[in-house]
Design a protein around this ligand. Structure first.
Ligand code: B12
Length: 462
């Protein structure tokens, strides 16, 4: 059996630091196979190079696995500051100084541009997609002296539910992340069957929903409660409210188990109503992040979202009626955006009342997405253009500066409307200094009626 040193390279604290779940899941899979695993998190280690080097030297690994979560922060305003690959390359150099063991890289960011990132980082091997089976296989083959090509793509079928490993959380890391964000994370299913124009989820996790066994998820939740206090949980599924209803089965299982967990997740703002929301709330749901993505029917359709804004409004009303705070993530300037769709979009957003809206300008073009093809066709990018450094799609039919100015102007004075994204960071920082933790934006929402504040009123907290 081998000694495997896992390193989470992620140093992003935007919108808040997130527990390195990919690394924890791999640690679970490797440990179950009998390997000895050390999990090291660069962010939790204070980004201290000497500390990392010492940890590797003391562990004497047979192999180092690098988990790469983010390429950049998908915010067109942040320029070079929001690009993380140079820091990851520095970590690779550091690992090389500490050990001669082979270095394997994987993770969602890596899987989006495997060849280019492998080349840029200078690691020995890269694994695309799910890591549990592939990394174990690569270790076996390497340890038996086999020569294998640098890019390892698991050609087998997507992992079955029993093959998706349970995460192995480290108490010190849990303390670090709960201390900073009040939260830990867990995945309940993989896959996404939708074809949103800009998105990479279907090729990262496959294009059909693959739920984990609800009993296994509940067991993980029980373990979190038993071993790590009772932090709130973020379910990291691409979309929580899958059209096949697996999420409802899970909610019922959570209720039956009486584990009393507070949780939050990312939802598609369509395809469910108040009865479902009420059930989820009983299982511990306290806030919803919504992939609304665009604000007019025309731009929703260009993004291939498959729902109209009237459905978003209904969903929003249902959340408010259930007194569940929700935040809409909306990108302006995408395909089909014009001055007319912008005007409709801003009007539509006003109708979302006290709910939170995070707005972005322009869409990060990622290889393999339908948007990337469109950008090539429209001459926004050239055929061989590298997308390693962020490049944003802005509709050729709108002037970016005036669009940004109009959004700013329309959001001014409303605390639940956040643009540009860095504004959100500043506000969250203030709230953290006031002693608040968690997703934080939920505290910006106030509800109408008994015990609540006026629907149109803004938040209590800065
Ligand atoms: C849930 C989620 C969020 C939630 C996280 C909530 C939380 N508390 O955890 C929220 C909404 C907050 C969020 C925020 C952000 N996110 Co996000 N997020 C995701 C999502 C949907 C799932 C990530 C996850 O936890 N998966 C579950 C774990 C178990 O899977 P995994 O990490 O992929 O690990 C598996 C494999 O990748 C592999 N693997 C992992 N590591 C390694 C290492 C080795 C050696 C090997 C061999 C294999 C391997 O094996 C694992 C098990 O199979 C992904 C998209 C996706 N479907 O993957 C985007 C994604 C990771 N996010 C992305 C981005 C950009 C961000 C933000 C920067 C956006 C922003 N500005 O807010 C922030 C950064 C947050 C941070 N501090 O790091 C991008 C990253 C790509 C890029 N463009 O850089 C992704 C890929 C989405 C996309 N655009 O395509 N995110």
């Amino acid at each position: 059996m081998s000694r495997i040193f896992l390193l989470s390279t992620n140093v992003t604290v935007d919108p808040y630091p997130v527990y390195p779940l990919g690394m924890a899941v791999l640690a679970g899979a490797l440990t179950a196979k009998g390997h000895q695993v050390f999990q090291y998190d660069f962010l939790a280690g204070g980004c201290d190079e000497a500390l990392l080097r010492r940890a590797i030297e003391e562990f004497h690994p047979d192999l180092v696995g690098l988990s790469l979560r983010n390429i950049d922060n998908v915010d067109s305003f942040s320029g070079g500051n929001g690009w993380y690959l140079a820091q990851a390359r520095d970590q690779v150099k550091l690992v090389r100084k500490a050990t001669g063991a082979p270095l394997v890289v994987g993770g969602p960011a890596f899987s989006i541009m495997p060849e280019a990132i492998l080349d840029y980082l200078g690691a020995d091997y890269g694994i695309v997609g799910e890591g549990e089976r592939a990394l174990c296989a690569l270790i076996d083959r390497l340890m038996s002296g086999e020569t294998i090509p640098p890019l390892f793509v698991d050609s087998g079928p997507a992992l079955k539910r029993e093959e998706m490993a349970a995460p192995l959380y480290r108490q010190d890391l849990v303390e670090f992340y709960v201390g900073r964000s009040g939260m830990i994370n867990l995945q309940t299913k993989r896959g996404c069957p939708f074809v949103c124009a800009y998105c990479t989820y279907p090729f990262l996790e496959g294009n059909r929903f693959r739920p984990r066994d609800p009993a296994a998820v509940v067991e993980d939740l029980r373990g979190i409660r038993r071993d790590h206090g009772n932090p709130t949980v973020f379910f990291t599924d691409s979309i929580f409210n899958d059209s096949e209803g697996h999420y409802l089965v899970l909610a019922e299982e959570i209720i039956r188990s009486q584990i009393n967990v507070r949780w939050c997740a990312f939802f598609r703002p369509a395809g469910m109503g108040r009865p479902e929301l009420a059930l989820l709330k009983r299982s511990g749901l306290y806030a919803l992040e919504l992939g609304t993505d665009a604000a007019s029917d025309a731009t929703l359709s260009e993004l291939g979202k498959g729902f109209a804004f009237s459905e978003v409004l209904r969903f929003n009303e249902d959340c408010l009626a259930e007194r569940l705070p929700c935040a809409h993530f909306i990108i302006f300037g995408g395909p089909g955006e014009t001055a007319a769709t912008l005007a409709v979009g801003l009007k539509n957003i006003a109708a979302l009342g006290p709910s939170v809206v995070f707005a972005f300008s322009g869409i990060r073009i990622l290889p393999g997405s339908p948007l990337c093809e469109r950008a090539r066709r429209e001459g926004v990018i050239t055929a061989g253009q590298s997308l390693l450094e962020p490049f944003y799609y802005h509709s050729p039919s709108i002037d970016i500066d005036s669009m940004n100015e109009l959004i700013r102007h329309s959001f001014q004075g409303f605390r639940q409307r956040i643009f540009p994204p860095s504004d959100g960071q500043v506000r969250m920082e203030v709230m953290r200094r006031f002693g608040f933790s968690g997703i934080l934006w939920d505290r910006l929402v106030s509800f109408a009626g008994k015990g609540g504040r006026g629907r149109e009123q803004c938040a209590v907290i800065p």
